[in-house]
Design a protein around this ligand. Structure first.
Ligand code: NYM
Ligand code: MG
Length: 215
C-alpha cells in the first residue's frame, strides 16, 4: 500500500519504556512491522544509540570496561539523544513515524535510582522533542528478574531495578499509557498497536510537535 500523498503529514514519536527484561524490544519490533504494513514510513530507534562516538563510550561503561562518575555518564546518555535530535525532527516532519526503545525517561529513572537529584537529571533533557506517546510496559522487578535472568551489563540487578521502578513511577504522568507486561505477548501487541495507531492518526491530523520538560 502506498501513502505517498500523505508525505507532508508528520510522523509520530512513540516511545516504549520499562525495566530491563520487560519485553520492550520485541514489542517495538512487532509494532514496527504493523505500522509498516499499514503503508506508512516508520523507523525503529533505540537509546543508547551505541553506534556514535558517544554511544561507544556509553557501551563501554555499560559493559564494565570503563568506570565513569555517575553525573558524567548521565550527561553522556543525554548527549547521545541531543546528537540525534535534529535528525529526529527532520524524520518526523518528513512523515516518518519513529518507534523509540528508551528515551529521556530511562535517563532520569536510571540515574536518579543511583541517588542523583531528579531535577538535576531532568535538566539536560529539557528541549528534546517530547514524545507523542509513551507506553510503559509494566512488570514487577521480581517478575522481570525471573525472565531468563539478566545479562552481565551494569544495572541488570534486582535491587537496583527496584529503585528504577520507583523512579519510573515518580516520572509517569497522565500522558503515559501503562500496559501490563505480564499479559500474553499477543495481547500486549494488540494494546500497543491500538494506542500507537490512535497516536499516529492524531499526528497525521496535525498534532503539533512539542518539547520535553520545557517551560
Ligand atoms: N539507560 C538507558 C540509562 O541508564 N540511561 C539512558 O538514558 C538510557 C537510554 O542503559 N539498562 C540504561 C538502561 C539499560 C541500559 O539499555 C541499556 P538497553 O535498552 O538494555 O540496551
Ligand atoms: Mg537491557
Amino acid at each position: 500500500m502506498e501513502r505517498s500523498s500523505h508525505i507532508d503529514l508528520r510522523g509520530a514519536l512513540i516511545v516504549l519504556e520499562g525495566l530491563d527484561r520487560c519485553g520492550k524490544t520485541s514489542q517495538c519490533g512487532r509494532l514496527h512491522s504493523y505500522i509498516k504494513e499499514s503503508g506508512r514510513s516508520v523507523e525503529s530507534w533505540r537509546y543508547p544509540d551505541r553506534n556514535t562516538g558517544v554511544g561507544q563510550m556509553i557501551s563501554s561503561y555499560l559493559t564494565n570496561q570503563t568506570h565513569l562518575d555517575d553525573h558524567t555518564i548521565h550527561l553522556l546518555f543525554s548527549a547521545n539523544r541531543w546528537e540525534k535530535r535534529s535528525l529526529m525532527e527532520s524524520k518526523l516532519r518528513s512523515g516518518t513515524t519513529l518507534i523509540v526503545d528508551r528515551y529521556a525517561f530511562s535517563g532520569v529513572a536510571f540515574s536518579s535510582a543511583k541517588g542523583l537529584d531528579v531535577e538535576w537529571c531532568k535538566a539536560p533533557e529539557a528541549g528534546l522533542l517530547a514524545p507523542d506517546l509513551v507506553i510503559y510496559l509494566d512488570i514487577s522487578p521480581e517478575k522481570a528478574a525471573e525472565r531468563g535472568g539478566y545479562g552481565v551489563e551494569r544495572y541488570e540487578q534486582l535491587e537496583f531495578q527496584k529503585k528504577v521502578a520507583d523512579s519510573y513511577k515518580m516520572l509517569s504522568d497522565s500522558t503515559w499509557k501503562i500496559v501490563d507486561a505480564t499479559l500474553p505477548v499477543e495481547d500486549i501487541e494488540k494494546k500497543v498497536r491500538d494506542m500507537a495507531m490512535e497516536c499516529v492518526v492524531m499526528c497525521e491530523k496535525g498534532k503539533p510537535l512539542s518539547k520535553l520538560w520545557h517551560n
